[in-house]
Design a protein around this ligand. Sequence first.
Ligand SMILES: *Cc1c(COP(=O)(O)O)cnc(C)c1O
Length: 389
Amino acid sequence: MLSSRFLRQAFTQPSRRFNSTLTGLDASKVKLTKSQTLKPLVANKDLVFGHTFTDHMITADWNEQEGWLAPEIRPYENLSLAPSAVVFHYASECFEGMKAYKDKNGNIRLFRPDMNMARMNRSTARIALPQFEGKELLKLIGDYAKLDQRWIPEARGYSLYLRPTMIGTQEALGVNAPSNAKLFVIGCPVGPYYKTGFAAIKLMATTEYVRAWPRGTGDAKIGGNYAPGLLPQRMAAKAGYQQNLWLFGDDHQLTEVGTMNLFVLWKNESNELELVTPPLDGAILPGVTRDSILSLARGWNEFKVSERKVTMPELREAVKNNRVVEMFGAGTACIVSPIKTIEYMGEDLQIPLDPNDSTSQAGPYTKRFNNEIMDIQYGDKESDWSVVI
Ligand SMILES: *Cc1c(COP(=O)(O)O)cnc(C)c1O
């Protein structure tokens, strides 16, 4: 058996990817082609997540002889790829999810975008796609967001969702690291995840399927991780639960909620108030929102903050002893998503929302994380997490 260290080196240090004779991604070489016909804007109230796209996109091609060719900002349009392109056969694809926000002064802002660039380069490395200069892609994203800025709605809660993507485009069925790749970025205007205030979700704990495992690929944002989640997701939906809760191991460790990281605020076994999220052990996607919540909570210093394993039997016991305070999922699309019910082994566990308001759909800490992060994203609160472009 190959040692995991050997595999890691093979994936992250293929020598040809660092060949200094290859050209790096260079935003200053961008070729701009403006769209001749601009699409009509969609009213804020009619925006559905991921259904409306702006007038332009960013593209850049790479090949192993030359490196990155000059990037382009050009009209949003279909890609033309050979049916033999590796992306269609072996899922040579990875992506990012980030947002551009318009602040009160009309400035366009990104939230911790360097983290998305670093994570995307870890994802491309994991599936043997090329590295790229994150700073250069951010410059291109800045140019692109300014060009398409009429698509960034101004109201709080609205933003332009950005989807950087890389695919293997080599036209060959051999299972090899692709010799050709394409990077592209598309953008879609999105509204608040919860149009009428928070709506707490019901989860079904999936015991039959596993999303990710240590030393697998769960910590990389690669397309191949997501299609296998659709069947369990549909099973949960059919049973009346909005998302599934992914477990791992015979002890049923909590890992993630749908495509969000997971947080539990509870009184732990020692009766201390503690915010817990599963540790980055290779099976957890290292979310930017996750990191931001941990950092805010550590700054508040009002309760213990832990990245550690929690199992369903432990959570079930805490629910029964009224030790659970709040639970929520966390990700760029929604920031936080309060959880009210978890179905586990045939039993619905009820998670408290707000102890002081029976009509509220989110607990006070869940709301506070949401508001603090939003304040930073929209530039209402000064922070170096928010970058004006
Ligand atoms: C993208 C994603 C997240 C959230 O990451 P953010 O950077 O906070 O948006 C969490 N889990 C999975 C599986 C994801 O794909």
